[in-house]
Write a protein that binds this ligand. Structure first.
Ligand code: NAD
Ligand code: DAU
Length: 364
């Protein structure tokens, strides 16, 4: 049995589908169902005896300890987090609470429970912490990609909270011998991603006839990985990763934001042409930059490639096509998550002035 925190979120839900598609071993999802958690992403598993769910906040150490005793998992995979950089700029408190205090509470619950097991069971257990490349900070164009020994230099409240959680995980291994594994992955995209992140937001806004807000000059670079490739990497690290070690995960696939948006527009032009004619590119609007916006991320994935034999299967072209098609085929999922609370977020982050840019034709 695997316990999976944050399994109702984007990557967690993809991981659950991936795992149960390939394994008989049951999973139990622990999730608080914040705005980002959505049981509809797991609806296909409702009647699957291998799947279970508990609504629980990871900051509630007593509840986590009780669930560990009840389910006796062989591993805990920790996806749960506040994950959106722009939200962390508006309200960093939730990020410190869930990402730092929540990870601390989980580690303490696990440490206490492991103390009740015999040494062989303890050694076989794994705490797999799912983290991000943002802990390494921002790269200049000429700098080499992030390696596992690149010094931490987090710039956003989100990145700082994830960096803190990584340090806690490392210390609980070093001091208490908890068998931990950490993955630091680059930007994911694919099905079930909440439409606050770049790619699903662009698809959603394009289809709604709204402005496509590109921050700053649009030349910030991200290293994109299709979510199923990330799930395969996590499964491989769980299977063969060395306790105490960290593994960078990325697709060696650096793309400028404006090029991502252009490609999304071109795919939509092909798959769902605008009723009014013309290209979705006409909806692009350059807007004010994100404060402290990291310029470039890039992952050196040599360790996981050479030690564990992992490589991505999807190219950016094939993965983005699948993703756009998934959003076109699953409009109901998008309509349900784009609730009142989502609209409030879009108003707060993008305001009405940015739609004005589109209406006045300032966008090109
Ligand atoms: P997400 O925001 O889509 O999902 C987060 C999930 O965690 C949601 O289901 C939410 O309900 C749950 N959650 C939040 N606070 C909780 C709490 N206090 N207790 C229990 N559950 C809680 O996030 P995601 O994009 O799926 O990211 C998953 C993990 O992967 C995160 O740790 C993130 O830092 C990391 N990561 C994400 C990316 C990416 O591109 N999205 C890349 C690298 C690493
Ligand atoms: O690198 C891994 C990280 O990738 C994860 O740890 C985070 O959880 C995940 O949210 C993501 O962070 P980013 O900030 O890179 O992703 P986001 O989709 O928010 O933005 C991607 C790029 O696009 C970034 O340079 C900002 C830009 N952007 C984003 C939005 C939402 C825009 O230009 N316009 C937008 O409206």
């Amino acid at each position: 049995m695997l316990l999976i925190t944050g399994g109702a979120g984007f990557i967690g839900a993809n991981f659950v589908h991936h795992w149960l598609g390939a394994n008989d071993e049951p999973v139990r999802v622990l999730d608080a169902l914040t705005y980002a958690g959505n049981l509809e992403s797991l609806a296909a598993l409702r009647d699957d005896a291998r799947f279970g769910f508990d609504r629980v906040d990871i900051c509630d150490g007593e509840a986590i300890a009780a669930l560990l005793r009840r389910h006796r998992p062989r591993a805990l995979l920790h996806f749960a987090a506040e994950s959106h950089v722009d939200r962390s700029i508006h309200g960093p408190g939730d990020f410190v609470r869930t990402n730092v205090q929540g990870t601390f509470a989980l580690l303490e619950a696990v440490r206490g429970w492991l103390g009740e097991l015999d040494p062989a069971q303890r050694a076989a257990f794994r705490f797999l912490h799912v983290s991000t490349d943002e802990v390494y900070g921002s790269l200049q164009p000429h700098e080499p990609a992030f390696r596992e020994d690149t010094p931490y230099a987090p710039n956003s409240p989100y990145a700082a909270s994830k960096a803190a959680s990584d340090h806690l995980v490392r210390a609980w291994h070093h001091t208490y011998g908890v068998p931990v594994l950490t993955t630091n992955c680059s930007n994911n995209y694919g099905p079930y991603q909440f439409p606050e992140k770049l790619i699903p937001l662009m698809i959603h806004h394009a289809l709604a006839g709204k402005a496509l807000p590109v921050y700053g000059d649009g030349c910030n670079v991200r290293d994109w990985l299709y979510v199923d490739d990330h799930c395969r990497a996590i499964a491989r690290v769980l299977e063969a990763g060395r306790p105490g070690r960290t593994y960078n995960v990325g697709g060696r696939n650096e793309v400028r934001n404006i090029d991502v948006v252009h490609t999304v527009c071109d795919l939509l032009d092909e798959l769902r042409p605008r009723a009014a004619g013309g290209s979705y590119r006409q909806q692009i609007a350059f807007v004010a930059d994100r404060p402290g916006h990291d310029r470039r991320y890039a992952i050196d994935a040599a360790r996981i490639e050479h030690e564990l034999g992992w490589t991505p299967r999807e190219t950016f072209a094939s993965g983005l096509r699948r993703t756009v098609q998934w959003y076109l085929d699953n409009q109901l999922w998008v309509d349900h998550v784009a609730s009142g609370a989502y609209r409030e977020w879009v108003d707060l982050q993008y305001g009405s002035a940015r739609d004005e840019v589109l209406r006045t034709g300032a966008a090109s």
